[in-house]
Write a protein that binds this ligand. Structure first.
Ligand SMILES: [Zn+2]
Length: 175
């Protein structure tokens, strides 16, 4: 059965995490799968971009990255323009942003989370979605982490603790 859903939240598919200093070439596949999901499902999509100032707590952990106003914090070319952009300042896409309001205005309840990385920004955003009453979905091909083990553990954690529906692109788009 094809899983139905209401909206897509793309997290950190920005230059920094694809071709920048924290990027990995394999994340280009995540961009391709996410693009396919957006184009074929035609669901409302929000592009969440990491966007930091020097005082953000994360800068102490990771150093300067995706700094506000730089091209590194911009959505990758392939996904630009598919929906509204929301800038976030920590791992959680909801914390201090208008994401909850934007999704609720669209009547979205079942939200598919895409992007990188599975065990940091995705897991924190899925937790936050769960706390706010959304039903989170994670499409396996549309996310990745530094290692397969880190990805697998994060997916299992989200399933067990937040009731996240972990599915494949085929489950959501059909054959
Ligand atoms: Zn960051």
């Amino acid at each position: 059965m094809v899983v139905d859903f209401d909206a897509i939240v793309s997290i950190d598919l920005i230059e920094e995490f694809v071709s920048g200093k924290l990027g990995k070439p394999k994340y280009k596949k995540v961009v391709r799968s996410t693009k396919e999901l957006i184009e074929r499902s035609r669901k409302f999509t929000v592009l969440v971009q990491d966007s930091h100032t020097r005082g953000d707590p994360e800068i102490r952990v990771w150093g300067r990255h995706a700094m506000q106003g730089t091209s590194a914090s911009e959505t990758v070319q392939d996904l630009k323009g598919v929906g509204p952009v929301i800038k976030k300042h920590t791992y959680d896409a909801f914390f201090g942003t208008r994401l909850e309001r934007v999704l609720k205005e669209k009547g979205a309840k079942r939200v598919a989370f895409c992007g990188v990385v599975t065990d940091i920004c995705i897991i924190h955003s899925v937790a936050s979605a769960f706390f706010r009453g959304f039903s989170p979905i994670v499409v396996e091909e549309c996310t990745d982490a530094a290692s397969p083990a880190q990805k697998r553990r994060a997916l299992e954690y989200m399933k067990k603790n937040y009731g996240a529906n972990i599915i494949s692109l085929t489950d959501i788009l059909g054959k």
